[in-house]
Design a protein around this ligand. Structure first.
Ligand SMILES: *[C@@H]1O[C@H](CO)[C@@H](O)[C@H](O)[C@H]1NC(C)=O
Ligand SMILES: *[C@@H]1O[C@H](CO)[C@@H](O)[C@H](O)[C@H]1NC(C)=O
Length: 309
């Protein structure tokens, strides 16, 4: 009977597209995202969906143990560069923030040209150093601002010669087009991007914004929220395949879906009702706790007085 229950949960999980690695390997502490809309294609309850966008992307997925292997099964030319890049910040996790630990940690590698333009633009913006003005000893000074997002996506050049090692990420293009030095400019066709899948969740709407009916809203990351709220963008990686490593394949695809939502009148009414109910319950709970404390105190004092008598 118990076996049957486990089996039915498993079958349900497969149908619902559950990533079982979450339970088997665990999730990094920093991963704060969860699926923000139902997985059966229905709209989030209490919200109007104004528009939806989706896109499917081709990538390759490696384990860190592949770094030392030659291409195409490994990433040998970039080995030191990728190790250095990953060491710059905590591992953001794979899909759903899963951490397979140590040499089994997964990284995604894509042709840079396969990355949608708004994502490329965001990555390059992040990589530029940001300065802030501070006052030191009464003097105004510009200090480089710590920017952890800079290390979410690593851009590397493809090697031009055999056995060429690529140890550094590509510097972002100057904002001023005239300042681009053609001798050192690397075309996007000649670049790859390396990231932990968990990094993608930071900017999911940008993967599907371009050309969608709500391109403007989806390009505005301040509207992108972890859960449905009025006037927000929600997004999720609704599907991803695994590389067929037993067949020496590294290819995967992943699908991103995003939507723009506003709270419906009905949704707002029921939210306000629940919030009120919740406040009342909490107030009652606090009152009961207070009465309990006073009762204990009274009993203690009465007990002490009795003892003294
Ligand atoms: C890359 O880094 C490795 C390890 O630090 C070093 O041995 C190698 O010479 C470097 N290659 C280049 C081209 O800088
Ligand atoms: C982005 O969205 C926020 C929140 O809705 C809004 O205040 C801001 O004006 C928007 N920015 C742009 C450039 O549209």
């Amino acid at each position: 009977m118990k076996k049957l229950a486990v089996l039915s949960v498993f079958i349900w999980g497969v149908l619902a597209g559950i990533n079982w690695d979450i339970y088997e390997h665990g999730v990094v502490d920093t991963f704060r995202w969860s699926r923000p809309f139902p997985d059966d294609g229905t709209d989030p309850g209490g919200f109007h969906v104004h528009c939806k966008a989706e896109g499917t992307f081709h990538a390759k997925m490696y384990k860190l143990s592949d770094l030392i292997e030659p291409e195409p099964l490994g990433l040998q030319p970039w080995r030191f560069g990728i190790e250095e890049f990953l060491a710059r910040r905590g591992y953001p996790g794979s899909w759903d923030g899963v951490d397979h630990k140590d040499q089994n940690r997964e990284i995604v590698v894509m042709e840079y040209v396969d990355v949608p333009e708004p994502v490329r633009h965001w990555i390059e913006e992040q990589q530029r150093d940001v300065f802030e003005e501070t006052i030191e000893n009464g003097q105004k000074v510009m200090r480089k601002k710590r920017n952890d997002r800079k290390w979410l996506f690593g851009i590397f050049a493809k090697p031009k010669r055999e056995n060429q090692q690529i140890n550094d990420t590509v510097a972002p293009k100057p904002t001023d087009a005239a300042a681009v030095d053609p001798a050192h400019d690397i075309k996007d066709e000649d670049k790859i991007v390396v990231f932990a899948a968990g990094a993608a969740y930071e900017i999911l709407p940008l993967w599907v914004s371009k050309g969608s009916k709500c391109e403007r809203a989806m390009s505005n990351l301040t509207k992108y929220k972890h859960q449905a709220e009025d006037d927000t963008i929600l997004a999720w990686v609704t599907d991803h395949t695994k590389p067929k490593r037993d067949l020496d394949k590294r290819d995967i695809t992943f699908k991103v879906e995003a939507m723009e939502v506003t709270e419906s009148e009905e949704g707002k009414r029921s939210r306000l009702m629940w919030e009120k109910l919740h406040r009342t319950l909490r107030r009652n709970e606090r009152r009961m706790q207070k009465e309990e404390r006073m009762k204990v105190r009274r009993e203690l004092t009465e007990g002490r007085i009795k003892d003294e008598l």
